[in-house]
Write a protein that binds this ligand. Structure first.
Ligand code: RIB
Ligand code: CA
Length: 316
């Protein structure tokens, strides 16, 4: 039985690879894809969601949600690592979508349509999730599970010394979600940064003649160049793809129940995810946190899922 999923994302090349898998993997019924600002500004994120789905032309089109500007978010982005347009500067054309609903409304409606039946996979800042919970206060207990890409347990950040990008970008929303009663799993940098993808990964993609293979071969080279030029690394990280793998094959991940919160004021620590790991924790456990996964098995899952996508989306 396919799992009903909403993906909330800020594409973003790693988000785009995750969406490519979710659109075609038979284990997922992708109900909606909702955009949020993060890697790129709100309007660009909305355009990118639409561009990805129009380009891949899946058998079933998910509902789309539009990102809207969020007050109080960090005035930053990730365009150095994803391109000015967020998709490797490939200039994908989108048809004009009229009357797009805001992401938080799409999330509320999709969860209400199937109470306790929808997994919400969060691949970007948690702005829309916090808004959806504020829009519909009962929503947290109606979501089957929230799976969140981001945070870090070891305190080694990627956007600052201690903060991971999705938490840093909208720390207030992240705190709202962490403190909500929704059942949640966090897939932090500690795990996603162990899954390093060398250039061999490009050789394992579906053929270029497939829609998915052609699309990924257009966007991924930007990531390899960015990691090489900006970080001096010859392999890349696709954080959101690892998070989606945790939905496709949860048995690949060892998880621990933990109590987490998010720093919302620190000059040096904004967006830091803080966990009570004292011998006798005083905070109540509020999430499952992925702590370990076998990188090779995670990569095999990525390749197998993308291979299914390639077969399903064969030919231009
Ligand atoms: O820190 C990695 C996260 O930030 C990923 O979701 C990436 O797409 C960016 O949003
Ligand atoms: Ca993302």
């Amino acid at each position: 039985m396919a799992r009903k999923v909403i993906i909330d994302c800020d594409p973003g090349i790693d988000d785009a690879v995750a969406i490519s898998m979710a659109l075609f993997d038979p284990r997922i019924d992708l109900v909606a894809v909702t955009a949020t600002a993060g890697n790129v500004p709100a309007e660009q994120a909305s355009r990118n969601v639409q561009a990805i789905i129009e380009r891949l032309d899946p058998p079933r089109f998910p509902r789309l949600g539009a990102a809207t500007f969020a007050e109080g978010c960090a005035g930053t982005d990730n365009r150095l690592m994803h391109g000015d347009d967020g998709l490797g500067n490939q200039g994908f054309v989108v048809s004009r979508l009229h009357h797009q609903h805001p992401s938080e409304k799409v999330i509320c409606d999709a969860v209400r349509a199937d109470p306790h039946g929808v997994t919400l996979v969060c691949l970007g800042p948690l702005t829309n999730i916090a808004r959806a919970f504020q829009r519909d206060p009962e929503l947290p207990v109606l979501v089957d599970r929230l799976v969140i890409s981001g945070g870090c347990v070891d305190g080694v950040g990627n956007v600052t010394a201690v903060a991971e990008f999705n938490m840093f970008f909208d720390a207030n929303s992240a705190r709202t979600v962490f403190r909500s009663p929704v059942t949640k799993t966090l897939v932090p940098l500690d795990v996603t940064r162990t899954v390093r993808l060398t250039l061999d990964f490009l050789d394992r993609l579906p053929p270029e003649t497939t829609r998915v293979g052609g699309f990924l071969r257009r966007i991924l080279p930007f990531t390899y160049r960015a990691y090489h030029q900006r970080l001096g690394q010859e392999s890349i990280l696709l954080h959101d793809v690892v998070t989606l793998v945790s939905v496709l094959e949860p048995a690949l991940f060892e998880c621990t129940e933990m109590s987490g919160d998010v720093e919302t004021r620190g000059e040096l620590t904004l967006g830091l995810t803080v966990f009570d790991r004292r011998h006798s924790p005083q905070w109540r456990a509020n999430m499952d946190v992925a702590r370990r996964a076998d990188p090779e098995k995670v990569i095999d899952c990525m390749v197998n899922s993308l291979s299914l996508a390639g077969s399903a989306a064969a030919g231009e």
